[in-house]
Design a protein around this ligand. Structure first.
Ligand code: HEC
Ligand SMILES: [Cu+2]
Length: 340
C-alpha cells in the first residue's frame, strides 16, 4: 500500500511540475515561425521514438507470452546464431529511422543559422548582452538601449547579435525560438519572429552564478507602428524625466543624480559599461530586476538591499536613505515613462 501511495504522490508531483510552465513559457506552444519549425522537428523525433518503443514492446510481450515455460516443458527452443537476413533488417531499419530524424534536423539547423531575411521582409537588429544577472538590449539602428524588457515589432525578423560581458549565459524565449549561448569575446547570431502581440517570457538557461535562476526577462511584442513610436520616444524621452514637475520627484531626481546615474543611464545621460540597466523607461517595466512584481514596496526593498533579493548581483544597497528620501526617489523612478 505504501508503495502505491509513493507512486501516486510521485505522479502528482510530476504532473504539478509539468504544469509549472507559466503562460508563454513553453516550447510546446510555439508562437512564431522559428518556434514552429523547431516544434515540428521535436514532434517528428518523438513520433519516430514512440514508433520504436511500440514495436519493441509489442514484440517483447508477444515473445514473453508465446515462448514462456509451460508445465512439464523440458524442451529448449531452437537457438539461432548469425542470421544474415535478420541482421540486415535490424541494421537497415535503425539507419532509415535515424535518417528520417537527421535530414530535417541538419537542413533546419542550416536554415536557421542563416539570418538573411527573405525579400521585402522587415528586419530589426538587436544586440543582446548577458550580464550577471540581467539582460541589456541595444537597438543600433535607433541608437537606444533598454534593460530587462525587450520590445520587438510583430511580423518582423528580429536578428540578434548575442554577447556577454562576464561569463557564459544563454538567451532563451521558449515560445519564440530555441536557445543560443552568449559567450564573452564571441558574437553569436540568431533570429526569431513573433506573430502576435503579447508578452513572452525569457530565461537565462546557462548556469551563470548564484542568481542565475532570477535572470528572467520579458519579450514585449507590439505592432510595428507602436514599436516605432516607442523607439522614437526612447530616443527622444520627455523632458520630465530629467526635469521632474513635482517637487518631491525633483528631490528624487537629485538623489538619483548623486547616487544612481553613475551606473544607470537614463534619457541619454550617465551610465557606465560596468553599470546596470538603462532606466529611461523604468516606470513602464513589466517587473523589477526581471522577477519582482512591479510596485513601490518592492522598488524600495530592492534599493535598500538588492543583495538580499538577488544574491551576487553588482548593485550596492542604499539602506542609509531616510523615509522621505526614499519616498522621493521612488516617486521619481515610478515616473520614468516614455509613453503616455
Ligand atoms: C555600482 C553600480 C550601481 C549603482 C550605483 C546603482 N545601481 Fe541599480 N543596478 C545595478 C545593477 C548591476 C543592476 C542589475 C542587477 C541585476 O538584476 O542583476 C541594477 C538594477 C537596478 C534596478 C532594477 C532595474 C530593472 O531593470 O528592473 C533598479 C530599479 C535600480 N537598480 C535602481 C537603482 C537606484 C535607485 C540606484 C541609486 C540609489 C541604483 N540603482 C544605484 C547597478 C547599480
Ligand atoms: Cu545568466
Amino acid at each position: 500500500m505504501r508503495g502505491v501511495w509513493r507512486l501516486l504522490s510521485f505522479l502528482a508531483i510530476m504532473l504539478f511540475l509539468a504544469g509549472c510552465g507559466q503562460e508563454n513559457l513553453s516550447a510546446l506552444d510555439p508562437q512564431g515561425p522559428v518556434a514552429d519549425m523547431q516544434f515540428d522537428l521535436l514532434m517528428l523525433s518523438l513520433l519516430v521514438m514512440v514508433f520504436v518503443v511500440l514495436v519493441v514492446v509489442v514484440i517483447f510481450i508477444y515473445v514473453l507470452i508465446k515462448y514462456r515455460e509451460r508445465q512439464g516443458d523440458t524442451h529448449i527452443p531452437k537457438q539461432v546464431e548469425g542470421n544474415h537476413r535478420l541482421e540486415i533488417i535490424w541494421t537497415t531499419i535503425p539507419i532509415l529511422l535515424l535518417l528520417i530524424i537527421a535530414v530535417p534536423n541538419v537542413v533546419l539547423t542550416f536554415d536557421l543559422a542563416d539570418t538573411e531575411p527573405e525579400e521585402d521582409q522587415d528586419v530589426l537588429e538587436v544586440t543582446v548582452t548577458g550580464h550577471q544577472f540581467w539582460w541589456e538590449f541595444e537597438y543600433p539602428e535607433y541608437d537606444i538601449e533598454a534593460g530587462q524588457d525587450l520590445y520587438i515589432p510583430t511580423d518582423t525578423r528580429v536578428v540578434f547579435q548575442l554577447e556577454a560581458s562576464d561569463v557564459i549565459h544563454s538567451f532563451w524565449v521558449p515560445a519564440l525560438a530555441g536557445k543560443q549561448d552568449t559567450v564573452p569575446g564571441i558574437t553569436n547570431e540568431m533570429w526569431l519572429e513573433a506573430e502576435d502581440e503579447g508578452i513572452y517570457q525569457g530565461r537565462c538557461t546557462e548556469f551563470c552564478g548564484e542568481s542565475h535562476w532570477l535572470m528572467d526577462f520579458n519579450v514585449i511584442a507590439v505592432d510595428p507602428d507602436t514599436f516605432e513610436a516607442w523607439a522614437d520616444s526612447m530616443a527622444n524621452p520627455p523632458q520630465e524625466l530629467t526635469e521632474p514637475q513635482s517637487e518631491v520627484a525633483a528631490e528624487g531626481r537629485a538623489i538619483y543624480e548623486e547616487s544612481c546615474l553613475s551606473c544607470h543611464a537614463t534619457a541619454g545621460e550617465g551610465g557606465n559599461p560596468q553599470g546596470g540597466p538603462d532606466l529611461t523607461n523604468f516606470g513602464e517595466r513589466s517587473n523589477i530586476a526581471g522577477f519582482l512584481e512591479f510596485n513601490e514596496d518592492n522598488l524600495e526593498e530592492w534599493i535598500r538591499d538588492p543583495q538580499k533579493l538577488k544574491p551576487g548581483n553588482s548593485m550596492p544597497g542604499f539602506d542609509h536613505f531616510d523615509d522621505d528620501e526614499m519616498e522621493a526617489l521612488v516617486e521619481y523612478m515610478m515616473g520614468l515613462k516614455v509613453q503616455d
